[in-house]
Each structure stands twice: as C-alpha cells, then as structure tokens.
Write a protein that binds this ligand. Structure first.
Ligand code: BGC
Length: 866
C-alpha cells in the first residue's frame, strides 16, 4: 500500500477541513486484485497509543476519499493516520507507513492577531513602494515546534531572522477577496533561536489593490494593504506563546519602489535595509503601524497547490536585433520571471523588458501586451555580485531585452524561473509524429503558464483573468496533465461566492469586471462543467455536494431568461468566440447565439440532473430530467427542420448537436454528414472558435468519422493546430493566425501567444487516440474504459496517467512486419477494473471479439484490422 494521502496531499500542514478524506493505493503482484476490506486508524501520537478513530475492519472496496467520521478534531493539532487492507486474493497487508496532517484554525475567533498596515500619516497608502513590517520578540526556552499562520490584503513575503520563510510565491493567492481569503501555514521550528528573534513581512499590492483589467483599475478589493500573522511557539516544557501582528509592530518602505502584476517591478538595491529581519537591527526612521478593522471570518486555510518556482531554464542565446536591442532568447515562451546576477557600480540601472515574440524583421515586439509593461528595473548598490528576482509580479515571455548591463552579456547570468501553481504532474502522451509531440508540449506549457493560482486566459497582456469559458473548455485536458482537483475546487468556491443572486455567472472569477459582465453561454456553464469534470476524473462526491446549489442556480438562471423557458435565446453572449467563420472585423463566429446558448442549456441541465441522481436528490433529478427533455424538444423545433437538417450550417453547430446528443435518428445522421461536408469544403480545416474547437474532433470520432478528425489534426497549414508549430510556437496561441503566413501579426489588440483554450484538443489525444476514459457510473477510473483509436499513418501512440488508484497506461503500435496487426498494451491498477472496446474495424486477433473485461494487471494484446 502506498501514497496514504490526506485531502489528496502528502502530510499537509494547515488543513481546516473539519472532516478530511483519506486515499491510498493498493500495490499487488497478482492480477485481478480488488480491495476487500480496509481498516483505518487515526491517533494523536505516532505510536497509535491514543487512538481517536478506528474504523475496524470495513468490508469495502473504497480506497479513495474515505471521509473522517470520528470525534470533532481540535485545531492546530497533528494527527497520525495509517491503514491496512485485505484484498480479494486473501492477502492482508501490514499497517501502512504512517502519514499525518495538521489542522489549522477551525474558527475565526482563534485569530488573535490584528490586521496591520503602516500608519497613513507616515506612509501614503496609495504610494507604490512595498511595505516592510517588522517585530522583534524573545524565545525564552527550548522550542518543540513553531508554526506561522499568515496572510495579507495584497501579496506578501515572509522573513524570519534574516531568512526567507518557505518557498511559496504570490501568497496568499487570488480568491474572491470579498468573501474568501486564504492563509498559509509555515513550519518555522528550525528558524527560531533561543533569545532575540525578528519577523519581517513585505507587502505589495498584488491582485487586491494593484492594477487589474485592461482599464488598469486599482483598489478593486480594498484601498489599504495589510498583513495578518500569528506565530505559535510550543516549548519543550509544554508551554505555548503567541507572537501576532498588533499595534507594536513597526513599518517602513524599502527597496521595492513599485511592484504590479502586469507592469513588473522597480527595485533600488541602494535602499535595502540591511539586516531588517534580524533582531539586532536598529529601527531608525521606522513608523508605527495602524490596526485596521478587516474581517477574519473570510479566512480559509490554503486550499489549492500554492505557486512555486517549479522549474528553471537557461537562455539558449543572445540576439542583437536589427533595431539594436540586446535580447535573451529563453527558447520557450514561459511564465514567471528572470533571476539575474550582476556586478556593477552603484546606481547602475538595469532594465529587463519581456516579450513573447519577435516581429517579422526580428525586432523586439511588445504591441500585444497592450498596457502591460512587464518591465523590471533594478538599480545596483555596487560592491560585489548582486542577485535579483522580482517579488509580486510575473511576466509572460520568451524574449528578454536587456539594457544597462555592464560589459558583454553572459547568458549564464540569467535564469528563467517558471512560476505556477505547483500541481502534481499526472499524464503524458507521446506518439510517432514529431509535430504532435511538440503540440503536446505546447499544451503542457500553456497550462503551466496559465495556472497561476487561478486558471487565467493569458499571462502577458493587461488581462490574466479567470475567464470562465477558457477554464471550462480546457479542464478535461488539464485534468489529464496534472492533478487539478484542489486547484479547481478552490476556484469553484470563488465562482460560487461571486455568483449573482439570480444564478448568473460572472465572466471572470474572481469577479473584477463591471456588473453587466456575466452569464454568457459556454462561459457561465463553467459552473456546471467544471465540477462535473472534477467528479469524473477524481470521483470526490463532495465537489458535487459543495457546488450543487451553484450548478442548479446557473440552470435556473438560463430557464428564467426570455419568454420561453426551454430556450436560452436572450442576453449578451460571446458566441463561438474567434471562430473563423466570423464576419469581417468581428470576433464572433457564425454560429447563432441562441443555438449555442440552448445547446449548453441542455447540456448543463443534463449534467445537473445526473449530479442530483448521484447525490440522491431524486425530486430534483426528476424535474431536471424533464426540463432537459423539454429543452431538447425545443432545440429540435427551433433549430432542426422536420426533415432532420440542422438549420445552422457551421462546424460548431454540428459539433455541439452531436456532442450533447441533441439530435437523434435521421437528424443525427444528417448532422454528422453535414459536419463532414463542411470540413471537406474547408479543405479538412477547422473554422471553429472557442466553443466549437474543443468538440470538433470529439464529435467527428463519436459520429464514426475518426479519420476525418485525424486529418484535421494533422494539417500543417493555416488554420490548424500544427500551423503555429511550423512558425516556431512553443505554447498555444489565442488565434489560429497569431502570426500569419507572411510573418505579420494578427493584430496588436488581442493576440496572445499563450492562451490554453485551443489546447483542449489534448482531450482527444488522451481519451480517443490513446483511449483512456472514465466511466460515469464508476468515476475516477475505478472502472477504466479503454477505447483506443489508432490513427492512419501513425506507428504508435502512448498515454500514461497517474490516477488516484495508480498508473493507467494505454499504448498501441503498428506491427512492423504486418501493418494489419497492432499490439495494444494496457496497465490497470489494483482495485480497479477495465473494459477494452475496440473501434469499428478492429478485433482482438486471438478471440475475434471487439471488447473485453479485465481486472488489474498489465496486458498486451494483438489486434487485427478488418
Ligand atoms: C480573453 C478570453 C475570453 C474572452 C471572452 C478575451 O479577452 O482573453 O480568452 O474568454 O475575452 O470573450
């Protein structure tokens, strides 16, 4: 048994879930192994002498999300957990390796700390420089353990006794700050000294108070930055002491003269306050702090994986552009920042500007950043080697223009630090086609660059917002590549918090746009599609429980619009955003709004009906099922002719009708045939935008036209997934023609080179080509549905996915000697079962059958093409 996890985390600190869930993985040498029973124990001590919960032997095959059901847990306490299992082969394991978790605060009243900020009379709250807050304190005796719980209004960095605390970035993360604010927990036992100690907090504007949206609005959540910190010191002798932010702290400003998410940072190293987070420092010129009244009821412990530097990359070269800029090429469009070292005279000003692409003449291009400056200015203090990386900002870039650097640029002095939510990698896909493998890497980088605490649309221009539509189209692909369960669970709680009283869903979460910016079809549906996808991929019913009211409210919102409760045909929508069948000078594709909106209305209603069934809400389920039938009927009356022809003649309209099962019988056949015709007429190219693109290939394969889907995917000329790769793309572009064939750009206005939405084709590779799919009735891969679909002309494809049960693998390869034969290898983890279903035209060579049920194990089969 392995990977005993608490809330799907390994030995987490700072958990405020009152009843956490436990998951583990079985390992078995034999095939066909299921868990027959388990026994779980929770104790206050590592030796399990003081048990607080013992399930006894539970006859059950449940090994994921076993929810704690013992006595109420105490806050700020470490609990130990272990498990043993019995399998269906009669094998009983020993107790597992002990795991643990530590609770955080369960009630706001446990926060004795006060919100503090520099006194306004001394430091103008609206002035750009970041704040420094400081406090010395005495540690009297030997420390057993020490924890800091801290957060801020803004962004913060913590220091203790001259050292940075932890390795988290962009804390406390971005939530719907009016309703929810995360705090972080740090183990600082080893950073305390007996005697005098000092704490320091640096606070910047961040998303809370800094510039946001293309209007560069400030103070969106509040007009004062502030910090809140509580250090709990537990002494060896059992005593406890608390050091907290209060009126006794001191404040100042320091070297960070400006730090803004979009615009970068200005840092004057000459203003550094040497030793300011050490006890011996003399607080000359520091001012008192003010205690602010700000809510503590909104505080929640860290929920999602925090942001970290997850990777570093070195420049691949230095370019001298025709217009004279010296530019580092990172070789990869990345998100984070550049750390550099420099030795220069005091006052030397170094400027780094960041861009995603060079223009067709090879010059540095920042037009597509719009108002975002993405500029780092560093003023040297002199006297030796200095190192710098910015604090409360991030940049989206491949190229870095360097000014003011002394002497020849040595690429070795620069390191790209890739910053994003530190999620566990779970999936990989490779195949025989080099360009597809590059596409896969671009999809991965698109996710890395845009999962920066919230799922954003893009990481470079003056936007970087939690666009709901983008998140919705990409979530299934994301859930294959990394473990996104808690990343999205946190964001969905913000969605629920920001949802309008009438169920409308803001376009971006956290909601920072104006009050009319809500409830576009396919964007608002994130409220339903995202929790449903998490349930499918991770199987935790609690996400449906938590989000159910929000999901249902969105469906109800759609029902209440207009004068026909079964059509969604009013309101403002983005339509098939950026579809290529848009009219000249329009961003909006040709598929009618009301068709898209009604199609999604039907789809979301069906998903909420299913969720109601799963949650045992039978009454709701019945009325939602009825509603769904009525919407489908109305869809057919409104958009399908009596002869079964879909009235809207676009790829997107056909794809939606097929994917969401809105057409049946003759209409279904005609819709599939119409889709194929449209694709043929476009020379096997897509014309779809944000709404149709994720479904186009899925719909074609589903309708029996896998070869047509594969042809679209393999196109290399515009418009196609591979076209940008032929132009050197290392991420997914917002526009199919971000860089045109003649090398010119689509436009300055809205042209991101790092938008993950079209990366949603990933789902087709993993679920269809490699064929790893879930089963709605037994989600989280408890029952795996292998449905591989070989692609003509490819010699192999392989996908590996780390599920909560263990590794799932599917791999097919064409036999080198006889192309009529293929081998198919699959791996099925213990405590799961699988069905292999072959696509039309294939059978198992030995049995002649087309499907197969299997228990756990690793297997290889020979397939024959018919
Ligand atoms: C964003 C999108 C978003 C769209 C909505 C754009 O500015 O970058 O990805 O979904 O607006 O229309």
């Amino acid at each position: 048994m392995e990977r005993l996890r608490i809330e799907n985390k390994s030995n987490p600190l700072g958990v405020d879930v009152p009843r956490p869930a436990f998951s583990w993985q079985l390992r078995a040498a034999a095939n066909n192994v299921l868990q027959e029973a388990y026994r779980l124990q929770i104790a206050r001590d590592e030796r399990f002498a003081s048990l607080i919960w013992d399930t006894g032997k539970m006859v059950s095959d449940q090994s994921v999300h076993v929810v704690y059901n013992g006595p109420e847990l105490a806050s700020r306490t470490r609990y130990f957990v272990r498990v043993r299992v019995w399998d269906t082969h009669g094998v009983a394991t020993e107790w597992s390796k002990t795991a643990y978790w530590e609770t955080a605060f369960f009630s706001a009243s446990e926060w004795t700390a006060e919100w503090i900020t520099p006194q306004a009379a001394a430091i103008d709250p609206d002035a750009a420089p970041c704040h420094l807050l400081r406090k010395t304190f005495v540690v009297g005796r030997k420390v057993k353990s020490a924890r800091i719980y801290a957060t801020c209004l803004g962004l913060f960095e913590l220091h203790l006794n001259g050292r940075r605390v932890g390795d988290l970035q962009l804390t406390p993360g971005w939530t719907s700050y009016r309703h929810r604010l995360q705090y972080q927990t740090y183990d600082v036992t080893d950073q305390l000294f007996e005697g005098d100690n000092a704490l320091g907090i640096v606070v910047g504007n961040g998303w809370y108070k800094g510039m946001l949206t293309w209007h560069n609005k400030v103070n969106l959540f509040g007009d004062r930055r502030a910090a809140l910190l509580q250090l709990h010191i537990i002494y060896e002798d059992g005593g406890e002491e608390v050091v907290a932010t209060d009126a006794t702290w001191k404040a100042a400003t320091g070297p960070i003269l400006m730090s803004e998410i979009y615009h970068g940072e200005t840092y004057d190293a000459r203003l550094e306050k040497e030793g300011w987070t050490e006890a011996g420092y003399r607080e000359e010129g520091w001012c008192p702090v003010e205690v602010l009244k700000r809510p503590k009821e909104i505080l929640v412990a860290q929920e999602n994986p925090p942001c970290r530097i997850i990777q570093t990359i070195k420049p691949i070269g230095v370019i001298r552009t025709p217009s004279g800029d010296t530019v580092l090429d990172m070789g990869q469009n990345m998100v984070g920042w550049v750390e550099f070292r420099v030795e220069a005279a005091p006052g030397t000003r170094i400027v780094l500007r960041h861009a995603e692409v060079l223009d067709r003449d090879g010059n540095f291009y920042t037009g597509n950043l719009r108002s975002a400056k993405q500029t780092i200015e560093y003023i040297c203090k002199g006297g030796g080697v200095e190192r710098f990386a910015p604090h409360f900002t991030f940049q989206g870039f491949r190229y870095v223009a360097v000014e003011g650097f002394p002497g020849e640029i040595n690429p070795d002095d620069f390191t790209g630090q890739v910053v994003c939510s530190d999620m566990e990698q779970t999936g990989s896909f490779t195949c025989s086609e080099a360009l597809i493998n590059q596409l896969q890497r671009n999809i991965e980088w698109g996710q890395r660059g845009n999962f920066v605490d919230v799922p954003t649309d893009c990481p470079q221009r003056d936007e970087r917002l939690g666009w709901t539509g983008d998140a919705q189209v990409f979530i299934r692909t994301a859930a294959f590549l990394t473990d996104v369960a808690s990343f999205f669970a946190k964001w969905l709680r913000d969605l629920k918090a920001d949802q309008l009283p009438n169920g409308g869903v803001p376009h971006v979460i956290p909601h920072v746009l104006d009050e009319n910016s809500h409830s576009s079809a396919a964007w608002g549906d994130a409220a339903v599609i995202c929790p449903w996808t998490l349930y499918l991929c991770y199987g935790d019913k609690r996400i449906l429980e938590e989000q159910y009211d929000s999901m249902k409210a969105w469906v109800n919102y759609m029902r209440m619009q207009g004068d026909d409760e079964f059509l969604f045909n009013t309101g403002a929508h983005f339509g098939d955003w950026l579809g290529l069948d848009a009219k000249e000078n329009s961003y909006i594709g040709a598929t009618p709004f009301d068709l898209i909106a009604t199609a999604f209305y039907a789809y979301s209603t069906r998903l909420v009906a299913k969720s109601a069934r799963i949650l045992g809400k039978t009454g709701d389920a019945e009325s939602l099922e009825k509603l769904y039938e009525n919407i489908v009927d109305s869809f057919n009356r409104e958009f399908v002719t009596p002869n079964g022809r879909l009235a809207a003649h676009t790829q997107t309209a056909c794809a939606l009708a097929l994917m969401f099962d809105l057409v049946e019988g003759k209409a279904k056949e005609r819709t599939a045939a119409a889709l194929v015709k449209l694709v043929e007429a476009a020379g096997y190219h897509l014309t779809t935008g944000f709404v149709g693109t994720p479904y186009l290939c899925l719909a074609l394969t589903k309708a029996g036209y896998h070869d047509v889907a594969a042809k679209i995917v393999m196109q290399q000329d515009y418009p196609s997934w591979l076209y940008p790769i032929t132009r050197g793309a290392t991420t997914i572009w917002e526009h199919w023609d971000g860089i045109k064939e003649d090398g010119s750009f689509w436009s300055d206005e809205m042209n991101s080179y790092n938008h993950y939405a079209y990366g949603s084709i990933g789902e087709w590779f993993y679920r269809i080509v490699a064929g790893i799919d879930t089963d709605e009735d037994r989600p989280v891969y408890k029952h795996i549905r292998f449905r591989p679909h070989p692609v003509a002309g490819w010699s192999f494809a392989k996908a590996v996915l780390q599920t909560l049960y263990g590794e799932v693998r599917s791999e097919w390869a064409v036999n080198e000697a006889d192309s009529g034969l293929l081998t198919l290898s699959v791996a099925i983890p213990a405590n799961t079962t699988a069905t292999i279903e072959l696509p039309p035209g294939f059978i198992f060579a030995d049995t002649g059958r087309a499907s197969f049920e299997l228990g756990s194990g690793a297997y290889t089969f020979t397939l024959r093409r018919l």
